[in-house]
Ligand binder design. Structure first.
Ligand code: ATP
Length: 214
């Protein structure tokens, strides 16, 4: 029996209910045995965050502490240099063995840029991709042709397919659209606006105690 592991990589600067609710809904619908939250050290696609990797990971840990399905995985913080998802998948496979399907969760904003990722063509040989719509993307960019081909070649609607092999399918899943982003949270915190009900309360307390996002 193949186990299904959800993989949610991100900057988590900070983690918010968009991340948490997406992970929960996918775990319920797809039957994940666990979801790994993997904070990126030096995100290859974004400016280096001013909040330290350790603080971003600490916030993830706090946010998921009451959910037995959710695990913090700090492997990208322990490596030096850029965090490449392909390396993370290979190292997860080495650790977890051949009997797990790694299900890489990607918001549509991340998916449309997938063809710019390091060794992106190898990703699908190492995981399934679970694609979710990010609500209200300012512009809905056209999907690059090579990603249309990836979708065409690997797409499945059947949830049960995900546990028939350990990698190789792309699936789209509808989730409750929550238009929450870390960028908006950081901008609003700078303006002194409350972030209650967008991020867990213990994260609000952590941000305030450590005087982050001033
Ligand atoms: P930032 O605003 O700093 O770019 P973010 O809110 O997009 O951050 P990330 O940590 O970069 O958060 O996101 C990690 C992953 O979670 C990405 O695949 C992203 O598309 C997805 N994601 C983040 N927020 C949401 C949301 N509200 N709904 C669906 N997917 C989301």
């Amino acid at each position: 029996m193949i186990k299904l592991i959800g993989i949610l990589g991100g900057t988590f600067n900070p983690i918010h209910y968009g991340h948490l609710r997406m992970a929960q809904e996918l775990a319920d619908v797809l039957g994940f045995d666990e979801v790994r939250f993997i904070p990126a050290a030096t995100p290859p696609h974004k400016p280096t965050p001013e909040v330290s990797p350790g603080q971003r990971a600490a916030m993830v840990e706090l946010a998921i502490s009451n959910n037995p399905l959710f695990k913090l995985d700090t492997r990208e913080l322990e490596r030096t240099g850029a965090s490449y998802t392909i390396d993370t998948l290979i190292s997860l496979r080495e650790e977890l063995g051949e009997n797990v399907a790694l299900c890489l969760i990607l918001g549509s904003d991340a998916f449309v840029k997938l063809n710019t990722w390091h060794r992106w063509q190898e990703l699908i040989n190492n995981c399934h991709i679970i694609l979710v719509q990010r609500p209200n993307l300012a512009v809905q960019p056209k999907l690059p042709e090579e990603l249309t081909t990836l979708l065409h070649d690997h797409y499945t609607e059947n949830i049960s397919d995900l546990s028939t092999k350990t990698a190789g399918y792309v699936q789209m899943q509808k989730i409750t659209p929550l238009d929450i982003s870390s960028t908006k949270i950081r901008d609003d915190l700078k303006l002194g606006r409350s972030q209650r009900y967008l991020v867990p309360y213990n994260i609000i307390e952590y941000i305030s105690t450590h005087k982050l996002y001033k």
